[in-house]
Ligand binder design. Structure first.
Ligand code: ADP
Length: 411
């Protein structure tokens, strides 16, 4: 009888899940999938095997619509039926915010749930949804160890100046500071990079996580020293629908001159800006790259320009750059974007290998390049599974696992 680890990544209307074989040190992926369409009429469970072949799909026709609780119960039932010979050993959750308190993954207790709930104002669009499945699992399987893994934790080791805002202590003491996000992705890349470039991994690496959400992180010897996201996940680079960094004066202008309140501004900067807002066409990079529209061209130009600006800033924070890594949907799949970013970074010593880039790497820098450049697929779910097994078994040291990586959960 093998143990399996269930990894959950819950959003407002979906729960993505992955199941890993905990009997094998490499934690091979067994299943992945999602329950989508929560809170609307027809939720749908889709399950894929490790090769991406659909092995199950179910529609929810019940009334009322399926909620997070219902989805978790559905999932636990499915696993019991499908993996009856396997024993669910633990559940790992992606939780966006661990606040100042959690610098590493933590076993869930009622106290942890209470602390994480109090962090909801710091990530109102994500944190409450991340917590719902934790509470749901605690209700249906109170015996099961649960582990919360944070997008912020990896960045808690940054120097104090990198985490601080130039605001009075009366404000900063309330936890108003730069946290940084996508930490599970950066931690995964920091663990994987030595297999590609052992020397570069010990030096100064800048990682560009370019997905729907996008950010960049500077690593020195595998540790985060600075990141583009700050207090919230709207800071830094323009994203699919998020604005990225704004002059705070813009917010004041929107309030004073346009009469917008906090909720209206939230909708604007999280859902109506970025690639979608600038182009007026799509948040999807594939659609923009395929478009001949001038607005799509400008949205891409702004995106690439902002990446270049942040690259310079992060190189300054790290004291230079030896390695550049592209990851996540755009970083892994869009050679045209990598090409433009690398050309703009020629001043830092980056020289692209066009054939390597067209082939998606892994190495995409020319032999003459002072900076080695890589495409490395991220795997946040595997990172969560590693933390979960370590914490659930009461271990302390992380267990980086060599060997082939499993595929990402679709998003
Ligand atoms: P999330 O942040 O939701 O996990 P992903 O990492 O899946 O997002 O990235 C989604 C982004 O990746 C979208 O903008 C999508 O257009 C882009 N993308 C995926 N495949 C390609 C491709 N072949 N070419 C260009 N962009 C791509």
């Amino acid at each position: 009888m093998a143990d399996v680890i269930l990894v959950l990544n819950a959003g407002s209307s979906s729960i993505k899940f992955s199941v890993f074989d905990a009997a094998d040190r490499a934690l091979p992926l067994l299943l992945r999938g999602q329950v989508a369409g929560l809170y609307v009429e027809n939720a749908r469970l889709t399950v894929l095997d490790a090769d991406g072949k659909e092995i199950e799909s179910r529609d929810w026709a019940g009334t009322p619509a399926l909620d997070h609780d219902g989805a978790v119960a559905w999932l636990v039932d499915f696993l019991r039926a499908h993996k009856g010979d396997h024993q669910l050993a633990a559940v790992g959750h992606r939780v966006v915010h661990g606040g100042e308190r959690y610098a590493e993954a933590v076993r869930v207790t009622p106290e942890v749930i209470a602390v994480l709930g109090r962090l909801a104002p710091l990530a109102p669009l994500h944190q409450p949804h991340n917590l719902k499945p934790i509470e749901a699992v605690a209700r249906v399987r109170p015996d099961l160890p649960q582990v919360a893994c944070f997008d912020t934790a990896f960045h808690r080791a940054q120097p104090e100046v990198a985490q601080a805002f130039a605001l009075p202590p009366s404000i900063t003491q309330r936890g108003v500071r730069r946290y940084g996000f996508h930490g599970l992705s950066y931690e995964y890349i920091a663990g994987a990079l030595p297999r590609f470039d052992a020397q570069g991994a010990r030096g100064r690496a800048i990682v560009a996580h370019l997905g729907n959400g996008a950010s960049m992180c500077a690593l020195v010897n595998g540790r985060s020293v600075a990141s583009t996201m700050g207090f919230t996940a709207v800071d830094g680079l323009p994203m699919g629908t998020r604005s990225g960094t704004l002059d705070p004066g813009v917010i004041l202008y929107l309030m004073d001159e346009l009469g917008m309140d906090a909720r209206a501004i939230e909708t604007l900067i999280y859902k109506q800006s970025g690639l979608l807002g600038v182009s007026g066409i799509s948040s999807d990079m594939r659609a923009l790259l395929a478009s001949e529209d001038e607005r799509a061209r400008f949205a891409i130009a702004l995106y690439v320009y902002r990446i270049g600006r942040e690259l310079g800033s992060l190189a300054a924070a790290a004291g230079g750059i030896d390695t550049l890594v592209f990851t996540a949907g755009i970083g892994e799949n869009a050679p045209a974007i990598r090409d433009r970013v690398c050309r703009d970074a020629a001043w830092l010593g980056v020289r692209l290998d066009e054939a390597g880039n067209a082939a998606h790497g892994p190495r995409i820098s020319a032999p003459s390049s002072r900076v080695s450049v890589w495409v490395i697929p991220t795997n946040e779910e595997l990172m969560i599974a590693r933390h979960t097994i370590r914490v659930a078994r009461g271990g302390r040291a992380a267990e980086p696992v060599a060997g082939p990586d499993t595929a990402r959960t679709p998003s």
